[in-house]
Design a protein around this ligand. Sequence first.
Ligand SMILES: [Zn+2]
Length: 428
Amino acid sequence: MKILLKGGRIVDPSQGLDQAADLLLEDGKVVALAPDLAEEDARVLPCEGLIVCPGLIDLHVHFREPGEEWKETIATGSLAAVAGGFTAVACMPNTRPPNDNAEVTRYILKKAQEAGLCRVWPVACITKGQKGEQLTEFGELKEAGAVAVSDDGRPVPEAAVMRLALEYAKNFDLPVISHAEELSLSRGGHVNEGLASARLGLRGIPAQGEAIAIFREVMLAELTGSPVHIAHVSTRSGVEIIRRAKEAGLSVTAETAPHYFSLTEEATFGYHTNAKVNPPLRSEEDRRAIEEALRDGTIDAIATDHAPHSPLEKFCEFERAAFGLIGLETALPLALHLVERGIISLPRLVELLSCAPARILKLPGGSLREGSPADVTVFDPEARWVVTEEELHSKSKNSPFLGWEMRGRAVYTIVGGRVVFSRRELLS
Ligand SMILES: [Zn+2]
């Protein structure tokens, strides 16, 4: 099966490319990239006016299967991913049961294969049951298909356990993803400590708690010589610690989520439960620091932290509502908004959403070089659309962006040389 993408603007930072060209895919691989390619027996996808880039990779999603299939399944999550332009996602282990053994890892991969849409890379637990005590079997988990370890959803409370995890992970070349949260400061909190906690009369989660936890991970990276990846950075103080760690040559990478550069704690005023997320939405000063970190490279990647919840967990008092919001179908336009505002360039956006995630988790993809997997995202940076429940493919609709007008949307999502999502066919 050959696919020829005709007349698009190819943006591929892995090769320093930003030019008009055609792209030919065959047998699941990129085989040619050049102007005016002709191929008679190929399926032609017209890409005039569209951006063609390496498939977007989301380092951080929660697909709720096994155990909470009423919120999202691997199949519905995969559909939301490809509709949002993602060709691959890494799914976090806080399912029920958690992904702390090879059986669960293999189950996730089987479900992903049955869904047959995006690539799903399982992230396994650092500790058994995510209890923060006993390490899981990293070797067995890697062999079963886990690409990283994390106790995401919870931090690893003890520094000594995290130290062991970093040392152990090095033997298996497994990236370690840290959910950086100082529980003794955040416990019982619902919103950012500051304006939001004062206004809503709820217990706050201080920014400094995140910074303290990030500092610990950075020090452990120094102590062990192992790389560490910091998930969902939300604060100015967290960014500053990562910036200084990088300047000191430490092996630390970081991601943030679109809601941390698109929203502030004001979104929670009025007790809007769809804006309840952990870490919480922060101050305007924090939001600006995140933008600057995306621009200057302190933050390496954008990940959604897609966290579906049903009305059961969200249509209730703020204090009882679950943390988390969905993000797979709004990430691309929210990132494009940074381009529109001149904060980052389009190649930098592709770096943040594709090349860097591939590098951090050592995944195939993130490039349109000849011989690379034929994972390609084609998007229209000008397409205007309004976020409504009906437009979203995710099983859950807990988005704080409902009603927003967005600019930019995936048109074709191609995984392994197969068009798994086409908005043009959807429309016709
Ligand atoms: Zn987390």
